[in-house]
Design a protein around this ligand. Structure first.
Ligand code: GLV
Length: 327
């Protein structure tokens, strides 16, 4: 019987699926991630781990888990997993593509609308008794309808955002590494160089994976290039934005606002300067947080575990161990 360590309670049928496949499953019971020592203990005797974005999986952890054959991350992003070190150790690493892009695009759009139309700010004000009369000048913001949206990264999530933008009559620009003229034409998207996107967009939304190439992609120069009225939306990873430069840009009025589902660190400490700005909306990394999507993500991670423990290749690998460990 194989042992699977699941680093938090997860929704959907994932645990039943693992048990039905004949595996013994240990679920970390806490509402917080296992601390490093508990994570090491959890994986020490495990054949598989089902992990979350809150679990750092590096070479040291892999060393502590000689029997581990797969790390199935319940997320599309896997910057928390050292996939190369895993491959070198013979351990598959997997993710959950294709199931969360619509849900995450919904949140990107929700944030865009919330920031533009002062949804959060006016709700807060209303609860504090601020709604005294209908005001012709209160809570004015830019119109998303008919505005120019700049999408950075035209992967699954970026494309799902582009489809939504069409319904809002937006001009859609995209900065992407790989030109895909047919995809761009189909979406009605104009591919432009990144600096041009920054200059022309009323809203800039980030949909690139986090890594050495995208770390601090939005820095002081990029904020300076944006329109003073433009709003930044980030549902990718906090590290894609140089947060100190963002704070400076907001202080200087170099941009119109920001809506962030991801920060560095997570959670963002309450005394962080980003909380000082009324034109900043912050949500707690909930991009994929719909009932159905989170269940699908967990089930997909479970399927990856089940495949590897059955001696097969996982359906969603993000690495390729030359010599996969076997039972
Ligand atoms: C969540 O952040 C994910 O990458 O799926």
């Amino acid at each position: 019987m194989s042992h699977v360590f699941v680093t938090r309670r997860v929704p959907g049928r994932a645990i039943e699926m693992l048990e039905e496949a004949g595996h013994e499953v240990v679920v970390w019971p806490g509402d917080f991630p296992p601390d490093p020592e508990s994570l090491r203990e959890g994986v020490h005797k495990a054949d598989a781990a089902l992990t979350l974005v809150t679990d750092p999986v590096g070479a040291d952890l892999l060393d502590a888990a000689p029997g581990l054959r797969v790390v199935a991350n319940m997320a599309v992003g896997y910057d928390n997993v050292d996939a190369e070190a895993a491959a070198a150790a013979g351990v598959w690493a997997t993710n959950t593509p294709g199931v969360l892009h619509e849900t995450t695009a919904d949140l990107a759009f929700a944030l865009l609308l919330a920031a533009a139309r002062n949804v959060v700010l006016s709700d807060r004000d209303t609860r504090e008794g601020g709604w005294q009369t209908w005001s012709p000048t209160g809570f004015l913001g830019p119109d998303p309808y008919g505005a120019t949206l700049g999408i950075v990264g035209l992967g699954e999530i970026g494309r799902a955002v582009a489809r939504r933008a069409r319904g809002f009559g937006m001009t859609v620009l995209a900065a992407t590494r790989t030109p895909r003229p047919e995809v761009e034409r189909g979406l009605g998207v104009e591919r432009v160089p990144f600096p041009e996107l920054l200059e022309r967009s009323d809203f800039v939304t980030l949909h690139v994976p986090y890594g050495p190439e995208t770390e601090g992609l939005m820095g002081a120069a990029e904020f300076a290039a944006m329109k003073e009225s433009a709003i930044l939306v980030n549902t990718s990873r906090g590290g894609v934005v140089d947060q100190d430069a963002l704070v400076e840009a907001l202080r200087a009025g170099a941009i119109g606002g920001a809506a962030l589902d991801v920060t560095v660190p997570e959670p963002l400490p309450l005394d962080h300067p980003l909380f000082e700005f009324p034109n900043v909306v912050i949500t707690p990394h909930i991009g994929s947080a719909s009932h159905a999507t989170r269940a699908r993500m967990a089930e997909m991670a479970a399927q990856n575990v089940i495949a590897v423990l059955a001696g097969e290749e996982p359906p969603n690998p993000v690495n390729r161990p030359p010599n996969p460990r076997s039972a």
